[in-house]
Design a protein around this ligand. Structure first.
Ligand code: ZN
Length: 510
């Protein structure tokens, strides 16, 4: 590690050269980069480095999968819920009294029974999952219905927990996927029924209850916001780090439901995101390999295409290509990513693991780079669910073809991971440098669905917009008037500027 003593010298040199393009001083980042190379063979030191490194945004984070089982147990205990011992599923009371013979003990019994406690954690997450004996895919997806009841009344607490974890990972921003109103939108779809004319169906659904579902979702957002502020003590003048994490939501559509329900949820996502700035877009979730998402894939994309034409400003990110050879027939691997972009209007793709099985994959990669479609890379999730890791993962191919990428956690609670470990995995497996990781952190905010113009005129060349060309993140002085004015107009740029400042603070240590 080098001392920071050379920093003023570098700054003087920098000022004297007066090169307009080199707005972000490269000297401290060079030292941070060299430090990471010097410790690369000592994973414990790499972990400590990456823990503290600013990481931008987590763009792919399901609220329902973000909570660790230990916290879910606490939720269930507070709600006096029980455990069905045969399936390790949380069920409503009344519960049987604690004891080895109980088939439906209170979840609380786990506090005094290590075997019971451990069995819940193992069933509700990938902890102690045994590859070879059990499918990671099945164990992973089965866990959600097992702990689902424990989550039901604790949305605000779960969001607060996700914010605290994001702050601990030094993230500036997180986009959480959540189905506001639970099954309410789907119920409108089921009740109102299918109409092959999407325009007519939209009107019928809006009149049949979707407007009310959206209004209730906004109330839910209000009350969550209030509860989160209280839980995290955000009124405290010291403002805990979790309160400083930017949060936005994506409405989560359950694409394994029948068509009317899926249409109703997609419509709800578009409606909600067009009236409430806290919800910036939508995403389609549930196992992509299941019968309905495979069978109805094209239909879902047509729904998105139609509704996108009515709500063009609502952002769309889509799970696509969370598939692998053998999981579905080969022809099922061939088109989901391309169709999500070309017909579903996805600005970002979640996973994109099977991209090399798509028709004309190299052309698709070039198209993604040209259209600036970012791939949310979920390395741990892809390993445990799909068994895809190392050089079988297309992550380096996306980078090679200039497709923007950002690391994401997917379901950090169920996967027993966090963003720091996603960075660690990327750095170790793919030999990424600090500069590579820093570039991905920048891309994550650049592709976050935040309102406003970007801080960057050219993110690759690291050239800020004209208003901020003379402002340097490591400078202790104030911003120029022009840059301050610009940042006031854009939440995205403000967060990107904060990231630059956080990088600067981090890099000064080296
Ligand atoms: Zn996901």
């Amino acid at each position: 590690m080098q001392s920071s003593g050379s920093f003023p010298h570098i700054l003087v040199l920098f000022l004297s050269t007066n090169v307009a393009l080199a707005q972000i001083s490269t000297a401290p980042e060079g030292r941070a980069n060299r430090y990471l190379e010097s410790i690369r063979r000592q994973p414990s030191l790499v972990l400590a480095f990456l823990r503290e490194m600013p990481k931008g945004g987590d763009l792919h984070n399901h609220l329902g999968g973000s909570i660790y089982a230990e916290e879910l147990i606490d939720y269930a205990v507070r709600d006096n819920l029980c455990l069905d011992q045969s399936t390790r599923t949380v069920v409503p009371g009344p519960c049987e009294s604690c004891g080895k013979q109980a088939s439906k003990p209170a979840v609380e019994c786990g506090y005094r029974d290590p075997e019971l406690y451990n069995s819940m954690i193992d069933a509700w997450s990938m902890r102690n999952w045994h590859p070879g004996q059990e499918s990671g895919h099945d164990h992973f997806f089965a866990s959600f219905s097992k702990f689902g009841l424990a989550m039901r009344k604790h949305t605000a607490e779960a969001i607060a927990a996700a914010m605290e974890r994001a702050a601990a990972d030094h993230l500036e921003y997180v986009e959480l996927m959540h189905t506001f109103g639970g099954s309410a939108a789907a119920e409108v779809g089921a009740r109102t029924g299918w109409n092959p004319d999407f325009a007519v169906m939209r009107e019928q659904f809006l009149g049949g209850g979707i407007k009310e579902v959206v209004a209730a979702a906004r109330q839910e957002l209000d009350s969550n916001e209030h509860a989160i502020q209280e839980k995290l003590a955000c009124q405290n003048p010291a403002r805990p780090p979790a309160c400083q994490v930017g949060v936005r939501y994506l409405y989560q559509v359950q694409r394994g439901l029948p068509p009317p329900q899926v249409f109703a949820q997609i419509l709800t996502g578009f409606e909600l995101a067009s009236v409430d700035p806290r919800v910036t877009g939508l995403n389609l979730v549930m196992p992509e390999d299941f019968y309905v998402p495979m069978h109805d894939f094209h239909l879902h994309m047509k729904m998105l295409d139609f509704l996108h034409s009515i709500y063009p400003n609502v952002h769309i990110s889509l799970h696509a290509g969370e598939l692998a050879m053998g999981l579905v027939p080969p022809e099922g691997l061939g088109f989901h990513i391309r169709e999500s972009i070309e017909l579903g209007h996805a600005e970002r793709i979640g996973h994109g693991v099977d991209v090399m099985n798509e028709g004309k994959p190299l052309e698709l990669l070039k198209e993604m780079a040209r259209r600036n479609v970012l791939v949310e890379i979920c390395l741990t999730s892809n390993d445990v669910i799909l068994g895809v890791r190392g050089d079988e993962h297309p992550f380096p191919i996306y980078r090679k073809y200039g497709v923007p990428v950002a690391l994401a956690t997917d379901d950090e609670g169920v996967s027993r991971s966090d963003m720091t470990h996603e960075y660690l995995r990327a750095a170790k497996t793919y030999g990424l440098s600090y500069l590579d990781l820093k570039g991905m952190a920048r891309e994550s905010l650049e592709h976050g669905f935040l309102p406003g113009a970007s801080f960057w005129a050219d993110i690759i060349a690291k050239r800020p917009v004209g208003a901020c060309l003379s402002d340097r993140s490591e400078s202790s002085g104030g911003l120029s008037v022009a840059c301050r004015r610009f940042l006031q107009t854009s939440e995205k740029a403000r967060l990107e500027w904060k990231l630059e400042q956080d990088f600067s603070t981090f890099e000064k240590r080296f």
